[in-house]
Design a protein around this ligand. Structure first.
Ligand code: GAL
Length: 382
């Protein structure tokens, strides 16, 4: 994966606001004269959830390299999907004097104490990709349009089944089709947005009987996957096949919210004799993140689709927002309504995502330099 070169915004030395302590914005203004500090004197703590999913490695690398290019010192930590570990890492970043925090949380409700400490120390906090809930001490949120990601996932499922064409027009298939539904981790705010967007899209088809959820499991609590784990999804798919499809009926499609989950689902289906590819009888399975292993599966006709969220652009937006705070300004939001964290509506900057099918891997992922053709062919990053 190649990085997009980040061009540091001018004005890192611009005059900042003099009165800035205690409220978040302007931690960089530690100079009594009111001038913003030089980036080389500032440290940014970056807390990422896990290295088991390659997207978070890409996010961490992109945020770190772009911040370093802008002159900042970066303290990047991964928490192995362990909530106490992430809490400790953030505590340490604060103790060590971080000037700003960028946090992709594991459990969006578990960081209230840490963020209170950050606020008390005047450290601005940017929630990265996942919203942090239940605290007023999250100053900004950079993410994708998560509801629309869910709409895109469901749309690609409908396209795969032939009910829609990729251009949005009605397809020729009539159904009825058996589908099963998966959602992400309930403690991740995004999981709810993805599922809501997907279900708003699928519900009319379910209501008219074109889509049948044979297991009857449609509540997010029933279909969620703790920590987004591939093995957990594989096990649930195996259980669904046993409980709802041992009468000889077949699953035609599966809504999956994330590529790791998709691969677990596909493994369960292949093991149950559905065939190696969609042409050979494998159901249509969706995804998210354009992870390299899944992009190869899409190219091979095994997974049907994924959603591409360009982590380089998200990182770039996080850096732009961080620079604003450190210059004593509020970052520019493009959404001030959607993300209520239970205490306040967090000003957000939302990016757009794209549906990846086999026939646009080249234009979306290879031409943009996200993956090389060799990486796609190998199913592995260099
Ligand atoms: C979500 C994120 C998705 C996916 C998932 C599992 O919060 O928005 O893109 O990465 O976590 O890691």
């Amino acid at each position: 994966m190649k990085s997009i070169r980040f061009v540091a915004l001018g004005g890192a030395l611009a005059l900042g606001l003099a009165a800035c302590s205690g409220g978040g914005a302007g931690a960089g203004n530690d100079d009594e004269s009111g001038a913003a500090a030089d980036p080389s004197e500032l440290t940014i703590g970056v807390a990422m959830p896990t290295e088991t999913s390659e997207r978070w490695i890409a996010d961490g690398d992109a945020v770190k390299s772009q911040l370093e290019e802008a002159g900042y010192t970066v303290d990047l930590q991964y928490a192995a999907d362990d909530i106490p570990t992430q809490s400790q890492q953030i505590d340490q970043m604060i103790t060590k004097g971080a000037d700003l925090l960028i946090v992709a949380s594991i459990d969006g409700t578990a960081l209230a104490n840490q963020l209170q400490a950050a606020a008390d120390a005047g450290i601005p906090v940017i929630a990265y990709d996942r919203l942090i809930n239940g605290t007023e001490n999250v100053d900004f949120y950079v993410t994708f349009d998560n509801y629309n990601v869910g709409v895109q996932q469901a749309t690609s499922l409908l396209v795969g089944l032939g009910l829609l064409n990729a251009d949005g027009t009605e397809g020729t298939a009539t159904g009825p089709f058996n589908i099963e539904l998966f959602a992400g981790s309930l403690d991740d705010n995004n999981a709810h947005f993805f599922y809501q967007g997907a279900m708003d899209t699928l519900q009319p088809y379910i209501d008219e009987g074109t889509l049948v959820v044979k297991s009857g499991q449609t509540d997010i609590e029933q279909v969620a996957t703790l920590r987004w784990l591939q093995e957990t999804a594989q096990k649930r798919m195996e259980d669904l096949l046993t409980s709802s499809y041992s009468d000889g009926s077949k699953v035609n499609g599966v809504l999956s919210p994330y590529d790791g989950i998709s691969r677990g689902i596909i493994t369960a289906l292949q093991n149950a004799g559905y065939g190696a590819t969609i042409d050979a009888g494998l159901p249509v399975v969706t995804g998210q993140d354009a992870e390299i292993a899944s992009v190869k599966l899409i190219q091979d006709g095994t997974q049907f689709s994924t959603i591409f969220k360009d982590t380089r652009k998200l990182a770039e937006q996080a850096v732009i927002s961080a620079e604003s705070f450190l210059e004593g300004e509020e970052p520019e939001a493009n959404d001030t309504e959607s993300y209520d964290n239970g205490v306040k509506v967090v000003p957000s900057f939302l990016l757009e995502s794209d549906i990846v099918y086999a026939d646009n891997i080249q234009s979306l992922l290879i031409d943009s330099g996200y993956w090389t053709a060799e990486e796609v062919a190998a199913g592995q990053s260099d």
